[in-house]
Design a protein around this ligand. Structure first.
Ligand code: ATP
Ligand code: MG
Length: 428
């Protein structure tokens, strides 16, 4: 035994092994197809960015920036860096850097890991994954509606039903400013029920106080002045425009005046898709409009709207509905005897792969019995046997391993090497 003390994965960061990884791949394939059907193209950005991108983009006084980011100083060049805690800031940085919106608005998406230092529990991890979708350069409620309708289609494609939409509007800067004054006055009157975090935030970011999950503060938050009541005609028209289009599409929603989202950059439309099936971590997807962010990060002003889906939570929901997929390693498993048998198997395997089969050749040399056990465990439809007799007659023995594939067929048969590909193609 080695003296090396074994290493485990970090708390809140999961390995995904087969067969579970097959559910991930199936979801990713479905999602790419769904995104393509709405014209979204893939934009890939680095996981590591300068810390100030997120503190500026997400906002200093937010859960993410105050306490959840994986940040460190790179000692090699003394830069403050952060593992992305979300996609939007990086996507926006990239479009500004490459002048990507110069001639037209763009629809882009990304999928991958994001990092937040939170207390791990079901649906809450330190490395988790998001499907992030951004419509950059679009101002109207038609695109807000398109994004939400698109999500409705994804849930349908995945067969998910117990998932509902909550909507709010956060208005524009001047409306928020007027509301803010009223909200601070209200919070000052209720300072006795505010927890420590709320007291700290009530001047810097009073809206965020309403986002509290502290049960003691719920009544206070429910009675607080509503931002929605401060909206002017243009903001209300945007909201009504969105609702009308959701009605057209038959998408149900509930208005939630307390929905403010955990990031600073939103204005007008904000929404969340929520389910009761995941315990406390019920938000599967959150998004909204962020018309000021591109300018805030140094770009030419342009409106934008987007959302992020939590992949772990989505997969948890899918798992409650679907049988799990058991991935197979191969369709054909080649069994052999002696060095000549192994070399023939390796060559035959290549021609079978040329014909599109997924093929495994048994590695190393072992007895037929243990090779058959591996063939069975691989999930293959057939084992192809290349023993001494087979080499001498240049005919492979094909043993059907799965009942359904062999219905009406002999359990075992002999097929000449040069007819193997065509014979197999006609059988399976
Ligand atoms: P929550 O209120 O659950 O903390 P959030 O508002 O911080 O969510 P967003 O920043 O909107 O979440 O991220 C989008 C989605 O990513 C969430 O709706 C959720 O599905 C998922 N998500 C957020 N944090 C985590 C996490 N720590 N682990 C797993 N999924 C997460
Ligand atoms: Mg959070």
């Amino acid at each position: 035994m080695s003296e090396f003390q074994k290493v485990n994965a970090l708390t809140g960061m999961k390995d995904v092994l087969p067969p579970e990884s097959a559910q991930w791949e199936a979801l990713e394939a479905e999602v790419r197809d769904w995104l393509a059907s709405y014209g979204y193209l893939n934009l890939r950005t680095p996981i590591l960015e300068q810390t100030r991108l997120f503190s500026r983009g997400i906002g200093e006084v937010t859960d993410i920036v105050e306490k959840e980011m994986y940040s460190f100083v790179d000692p090699l060049n003394d830069e403050r860096l952060t593992m992305r805690p979300e996609f939007t800031a990086g996507m926006v940085r990239s479009t500004i850097e490459h002048n990507f919106l110069y001639d037209r608005p763009r629809r882009v998406y990304a999928m991958g890991p994001v990092f937040r230092h939170e207390k791990p529990q079901r649906g809450r991890y330190r490395q988790f994954h998001q499907i992030d979708v951004e419509a950059l350069g679009f101002a109207g409620p038609d695109v807000d509606a398109e994004l939400i309708i698109m999500l409705g289609r994804l849930w349908r494609r995945l067969g998910l039903t117990d998932i509902r939409l909550e909507l709010n509007s956060l208005g524009q800067a001047d409306e928020r400013a007027a509301h803010r004054t009223a909200l601070i006055a209200y919070l000052e009157q209720h300072v006795d029920v505010l927890d420590e975090e709320a007291r700290r935030r009530m001047y810097a970011n009073p809206l965020r106080v309403l986002d509290t999950k502290n049960p003691v503060m719920q009544d206070m938050a429910d009675q607080a002045p509503r931002l929605f009541d401060f909206l002017g005609e243009a903001s209300l028209a945007h909201y009504r425009g969105l609702c009308a289009r959701l009605d057209d599409a038959g998408i149900a929603y509930t208005f939630n005046a307390r929905l403010v989202r955990g990031l600073d950059y939103y204005n007008l439309t904000v929404f969340e898709w929520v389910t009761d099936r995941l315990g406390a971590q019920g938000t599967v997807c959150g998004g909204g409009r962020y018309d000021g962010l591109i300018e805030l990060l140094g770009g030419k002003p342009a409106p934008a709207v987007g959302f992020a889906i939590g992949v772990e939570r989505l997969l948890d929901l899918c798992a409650q509905k679907d049988d799990i997929i058991h991935p197979v390693e191969c369709q054909l498993y080649l069994i052999h005897q002696g060095e000549a048998g192994q070399r023939t198997a390796a060559q035959l395997a290549e021609s079978l792969r040329d014909a599109g089969w997924r093929v495994l050749v048994h590695a190393g040399s072992s007895g037929f019995k243990s090779q058959f056990r591996r063939a069975d465990a691989s999930g293959a439809i057939a084992a192809i046997i290349l023993g001494e007799d087979e080499l001498a007659s240049r005919c492979a023995t094909v043993k059907w391993l799965r009942q359904q594939a062999s219905s009406g067929q002999a359990q075992q048969e002999s097929i000449p090497f040069d007819r193997l590909v065509t014979e197999l193609q006609s059988r399976i």
